[in-house]
Design a protein. Structure first.
Ligand code: BGC
Length: 391
């Protein structure tokens, strides 16, 4: 197998040199560029006249990542397959208008101030009760009506040895979306030489508040718009998950995955058990659950393996590591064919999956969950990496 592949490659290169064919074996990511680089261009202008830039990060190793300053959205992630052929594995849109008007289901965005749900949009902190937007049935979801996914971020380019990146900063004023405290947030994306996207989240506040930040990229490792993700094989490093009620709010229990279709400790095709008549899957219309990661470091400082996904036809592998205690595995259940994505194809149910590293949903109302409270003088700091390879 390896031998024939090598022979094939030599033959392709030889043909190229003799000028018999004019295409390479892989789609070149940057015009002959082997060095990491970052480029900036205008992506669009909002109706209010705000310029939205798009930054293209290239690592000289076959990967290209595009990020826009609106919502800090990862618009595309181009990665080679096992034959070196590149495809965009992140769901999204190819123009700003679609992000602004099309009710994006949080494609690729920075999600906050509180990623995931808060029951009835209500929580009490230091004796004061705050009512947040109820923008998901009776619950609060992903920071409210205008969360971090729908605001403009100030960008600073990063050029380090072998690494390019983008630091996105925004101060969310006190009272924005009814959250207490001004939250000074920086989300830094880095693209490394070993095909990894590293995301560092940092926030400070001037008054006690709550915070839970994530990135909401939907992946399809065969390429966005190529079909459903049912054959992707998922491994999650989690023995427990937080079961939910019918409004997707955790019951407070940490249930074992063993013996249920929630168990991904051994790599299993996402579609294999997704239609099981298991109450949690019926409630979620598939997987839409927070997994409690089996961590060695209980202080949430070390980067530890959270999950791995393998797509058999392309051979692409995605490995997720995080400092966070949890990960939301969402199997794209609410994609419904109404959105047309970057390459002009419609997204249907299950055409992408998200692995959102996070603190657990509804933590402000769950005394037994790790705390999401941030106080003045403290620094909120988390890291997640999405590494790409092939097998
Ligand atoms: C949630 C889903 C929700 C989706 C938004 C995910 O993080 O878990 O329930 O529908 O975000 O599109």
């Amino acid at each position: 197998m390896r031998f024939t592949r090598t022979v094939g490659r030599i033959a392709a290169v030889a043909l190229l040199f003799t000028g018999l064919v004019s295409f390479g074996p892989a789609t070149p990511v940057a015009t002959g560029d082997r060095q990491p680089r970052i480029d900036k261009e205008l992506f669009g202008t909002t109706p209010e006249g705000v310029r939205v830039d798009r930054y293209t990060l290239t690592n000289g190793r076959g990967m290209r990542v595009r990020i826009i300053t609106y919502g800090g959205i990862i618009q595309s992630i181009e990665v080679p397959d096992r034959h070196g052929r590149t495809a965009n594995v992140a769901l999204g849109f190819n123009n700003l208008t679609d992000y602004l008007e099309n009710n994006s289901p949080y494609f690729g965005c920075i999600t906050g101030r509180y990623a995931n749900r808060i029951a009835n949009g209500r929580f009490t902190l230091d004796g004061v009760t705050y009512q947040l937007a109820q923008n998901n049935g009776q619950n609060h979801l992903h920071g409210g009506n205008v969360g971090f996914d729908k605001v403009h971020w100030a960008a600073t380019e990063i050029r380090e040895r072998d690494v390019v990146g983008l630091a996105l900063r925004r101060v969310s004023p006190a009272g924005e979306e009814n959250y207490p405290g001004a939250l000074d947030t920086t989300v830094t994306y880095r693209l490394t030489r070993d095909n990894t996207i590293r995301i560092d989240y940092r926030a400070t506040t001037d008054a006690p508040t709550i915070v839970n930040l994530t990135n909401h990229t939907y992946f399809n490792l065969a390429g966005e718009g190529s079909g459903d993700i049912n054959d992707h094989r998922l491994m999650l490093n989690a023995s427990r998950y937080t079961p939910v009620d019918e409004t997707l709010i955790p019951t407070g229990d940490l249930d074992r995955v063993a013996g249920t279709p929630m168990d991904f400790r051994r790599a299993t095709a996402i579609g294999e058990r997704i239609r099981n008549n298991f109450e949690q899957l019926v409630i979620g219309r598939g997987y839409d659950h927070n997994y409690v990661l089996d961590r060695r470091d209980p202080t949430f400082r070390e980067l530890e393996l959270a999950g791995r996904v393998f797509e058999p036809t392309s051979g692409r592998v995605l490995t997720v590591r995080t400092t966070e205690p949890g990960i939301q595995f969402y199997s794209g259940n609410f994609l419904d064919g109404t959105l047309v994505g970057t390459s002009g194809r419609m997204y249907r149910q299950g055409d992408g999956f998200a692995l959102e590293t996070q603190h657990f949903p509804d933590s402000p109302n769950q005394p037994n969950f790790p705390t999401t409270v941030l106080r003045p003088g403290q620094v909120y700091q988390t890291t997640t990496t999405y590494g790409f390879g092939t097998a």
